[in-house]
Design a binder for this molecule. Sequence first.
Ligand SMILES: Cc1cc2nc3c(=O)[nH]c(=O)nc-3n(C[C@H](O)[C@H](O)[C@H](O)COP(=O)(O)OP(=O)(O)OC[C@H]3O[C@@H](n4cnc5c(N)ncnc54)[C@H](O)[C@@H]3O)c2cc1C
Length: 382
Amino acid sequence: MDLTFTPEQLAFRDELRTWLREHGPAGALPPEPTDEDEQWAWRRAWQRTLHEGRWAGVHWPTEVGGRGATLSETAIFFEELGRAGAPLPADVLGILLAGPTLMVWGDDAQKERLLPTILSADETWCQGFSEPDAGSDFGAVKTRAVKEGDEWVVTGQKVWTSGAQYAKWCMLVARTDQDAPKHKGLTYFVLDMEQEGVDIRPLVQITGHPEFNEIFLDGARIPDSMVVGGVGNGWKVALTTLMNERAGLAFFLQVRLRQQLDRLVAEAQATGRADDPLIADRLADLHVRTEALRLMAWKGLTAIEQYGQPGPEGSLTKWLWSETNQLLVQLAVDVVGSEALTGNAGWAFELLRARGNSIEGGTTEIQKNIVAERVLGMPRGR
Ligand SMILES: Cc1cc2nc3c(=O)[nH]c(=O)nc-3n(C[C@H](O)[C@H](O)[C@H](O)COP(=O)(O)OP(=O)(O)OC[C@H]3O[C@@H](n4cnc5c(N)ncnc54)[C@H](O)[C@@H]3O)c2cc1C
């Protein structure tokens, strides 16, 4: 792993920094609204701005509207976005998960129809994997799709579907063969969310925001042409989506963590709390963790460059990032005091939202299992 940037990478970074100064939070981007619908419109407009600058899908090939950037450049992109305090594009799920999955498994007609509207944020995506009894145990998916002529009729329930209320399309995994072994009877579909038979009900989180939803499917229809990667192949196609999920955000998240930590250190110094040795000790611990995460994110990238796909490092990063973020917001409460909880200091939302970090994208327990089995070579516990 070489952490020295090449002249090309430095030129890429400088071009982006210049662009972000003009268009990002320090330039034309208006401040983030607090209302969730307005926030969504704001992030969607931001994605359009990114798209106009050809920054929406930096790692996408140029033929489909991307910049054809290398992995290192993509990492630089996310680091710089974080450093500038700029938001992620609205349709992270489309850009990081659906698009790359379609590029691997989609047919030409699907790519032609679905890819262009992702980068422009004209049509956005949600991820319909989890069900009431199928989260960590993904093979337990019960939602059924039954073939009727050249259509599939879908019945079942999905849960925790982030952004479903805004999405045009859903990456839907459904059971198409009841008799096959549980991982073999699944198929990956693209479901049109704007149709009868799709009932979206918001679930309000502890933050007060209905970030995710339940989806009830009752006779929703999917044309044959929207099967991705072949009938019965859903497990393999979904793994492509899940691997991209763990690998994709590492850079942005670790830069955000660094920003939050810098803000907390400044507040601890301003209030004199940093002189308390116990607080100083916890701040130092967070500094070491944040720096370790930055290096691990680059190490994960080296693994992708060497082996062509994300390795188990992604599980280690996900686990440590969620734990560190939770420790950070807890320390913020101890540093700032009750102000942190009233919302005046801006930490209350972070504190409440961080609870979901160790669940979303695969729970900490599952990441630990992967690290134990695939990194440490320990025997399977189940
Ligand atoms: C903020 C947020 C956003 C989300 N967005 C989406 C989304 O957009 N789309 C989507 O499909 N899903 C989404 N999810 C769902 C998320 O992927 C699941 O919640 C997660 O996979 C865990 O599944 P579960 O909730 O069914 O818990 P379960 O799998 O039932 O787990 C319950 C507990 O048991 C533990 N456990 C389970 N199996 C094992 C095991 N083998 N070994 C050790 N411990 C185990 C778990 O770690 C957990 O602590 C989101 C979740 C959150 C919190």
